[in-house]
Design a protein around this ligand. Structure first.
Ligand SMILES: *Cc1c(COP(=O)(O)O)cnc(C)c1O
Length: 503
């Protein structure tokens, strides 16, 4: 598609004007028509207790069925989604997830299972959990693990609680500190603090790698573990990871790996083989659950044998070919989530993993290829702060455009006019004016080329017409919102105008 067509398409909603559904309301209109009552009427106030029943809902919109449908359908067309185009947010892996896995997760016998139904008729679901855990252990090179955690960050917390339990049990104390490189994901230090540890920073060297000399200086008997995001938030592989593992192990400490971005490693290398003791995966990034909008996720934790006794209960156990959920584990850290975890997400991950088989390596190679393709095509117009080879994402900075007063946020906003979702701005924090781009394996060369054309065109605009970029987006109904006020003082409730101000 020519760039100008793309811009036109991106701006296709600018002339639409959709009010709130409350503003469409006409007293007496109904979206339904119930048949006459053929059973005795019951007063809901008596049935439920009057404190649970409202007299009326103030300002409740009264509209017809087709008005409801059209209103929400029109609104849905204002959304940007992976089904409409590329979503190059770095660190988040917003990729296309196969529809067939959605179908599998919705199969009757899977979607309608209940965790309290008898184990004799839950064997299939337990098998899904058992098989998925062994697949993930195989992909990561770990021994076993837990599927319970509901997100990456909860996986991190689970992992550190396992380390605490292990150290307390085997060394008599949990130790005090967790080391975290400055290229780690922001959830890592937060997790360490919640798990009761002090955080000590490990700097990156000039290539964006963990500074091994510095690590040797600071590691001691107070260090419980190091948490390494690998690939780091710079999108580069930690080449010193095996050496870091050895240094930690020599001091009786463990190595935690944040494997949220396993889509850069799966099928190529295994954390268990380079010294990692415990790690989490984000099934809603690498393994097929769509994410964004706060939907359900899963952050399974994989561990080496030494941590097995402390894993959360219940665990799937097998005896004489019969599967059950086993809770008798005296050293367990306890439950971190109800039952087996977010089951639907786990089903998608298994469907995805089995469908790929060893082919998962191809997905990884394509993700890395796409990121490096974009890097090569843009590195003459955008500044590249670190020159280590990129993995699944590439981090530029706005250093060159800054000279004309254009920053990463402006460029991201201008991308909207070109019909792309913005990339990740201002993260990682160790790069000033960061522009973090992850195309993922889903994108074709054609889509990557259109993205490159848009980014090059914006670089040109930043040089010749910086105002155009600084005032972007120009194709949306609203331009730049006051994001701080929106977060701190959100307007959550509509009130009729004549009545009072909006709250
Ligand atoms: C997304 C991400 C996390 C956090 O995962 P959540 O599921 O959002 O809690 C942690 N680390 C890295 C590297 C990530 O990309």
């Amino acid at each position: 598609m020519a760039l100008t067509d793309r811009i036109k398409k991106a701006g296709r909603h600018v002339n639409q004007n959709e009010g709130l559904i409350f503003e469409e309301s006409v007293p007496g209109k109904r979206a339904f028509d119930l048949p006459p009552l053929d059973v005795p009427a019951v007063d809901v106030r008596t049935a439920l207790g009057s404190s649970y029943v409202r007299e009326a809902i103030e300002g409740f919109p009264e509209v017809s069925e087709i008005e409801v449908i059209r209103h929400f359908t029109r609104l849905s067309t204002w959304n940007y989604a992976i089904d409409l185009g590329m979503y190059p947010l770095g660190s988040c892996t917003m990729k296309y997830n196969p529809r067939v896995n959605e179908f599998v997760a919705r199969l009757d016998g899977i979607a309608n299972e209940h965790p309290y139904q008898p184990q004799e008729i839950s064997q299939g679901c337990l098998k899904i959990l058992q098989l998925l855990l062994s697949c993930l252990a195989e992909i990561t090179g770990m021994d076993t693990g837990t599927l319970q955690p509901a997100a990456g960050a909860q996986g991190e917390l689970t992992g550190l609680l396992l380390i605490r339990a292990y150290l307390s049990d085997t060394q008599g104390k949990p130790r005090k500190k967790v080391l975290i490189p400055d290229s780690a994901h922001g959830t890592n230090p937060a997790t360490a603090v919640i798990a009761g540890y002090e955080v000590e920073n490990v700097p990156s060297d000039a290539r964006g790698q963990i500074d091994i000399a510095r690590l040797k200086e600071i590691v001691n008997g107070d260090v419980a573990a190091m948490m390494v995001t690998n690939p780091s938030t710079l999108g580069v592989f930690e080449q010193n990871i095996a050496e870091a593992a050895k240094i930690l192990h020599d001091h009786g400490a463990l190595l935690y790996m944040d494997g949220a971005n396993m889509n850069a490693l799966a099928g190529i290398t295994r954390p268990g083989d380079f010294g990692v003791d415990v790690m989490h995966l984000n099934l809603h990034k690498t393994f097929s659950t769509p994410h964004g909008g706060g939907g359900p996720g899963a952050g399974p934790v994989l561990v080496k044998k030494i941590l097995e006794p402390y894993l959360p209960i219940p665990m799937v156990a097998e005896k004489n070919g019969v599967l059950s959920l086993e809770s008798h584990r005296p050293k367990s850290i306890g439950k971190v989530r109800a039952f087996g975890g977010n089951f639907g997400v786990l089903v998608r991950a298994l469907a995805y993993t089995l469908a790929y088989g060893p082919g998962i390596r191809q997905a990884t190679e394509d993700a890395v290829l796409n990121a490096n393709y974009i890097r090569k095509k843009l590195e003459d117009v955008y500044d590249l702060p670190f020159d280590s080879p990129s993995m699944h994402e590439v981090v530029f900075s706005d250093a060159r455009q800054k000279k004309n007063g254009v920053n990463t946020m402006d460029i991201a906003k201008r991308l909207i006019d070109y019909g792309f979702h913005p990339y990740t701005t201002a993260f990682p924090l160790i790069v000033s004016g960061a522009m973090m781009i992850e195309p993922t394996e889903s994108e074709s060369k054609k889509e990557c080329d259109e993205f490159v054309d848009a980014m090059r065109s914006i670089a040109e605009e930043a040089a010749t017409d910086p105002e155009l970029v600084k005032t972007a987006p120009h194709s949306t109904r609203v331009g730049r919102l006051d994001e701080v006020t929106a977060a701190r003082k959100p307007v959550l409730r509509w009130k009729p105008k004549e009545n009072s101000r909006q709250e």
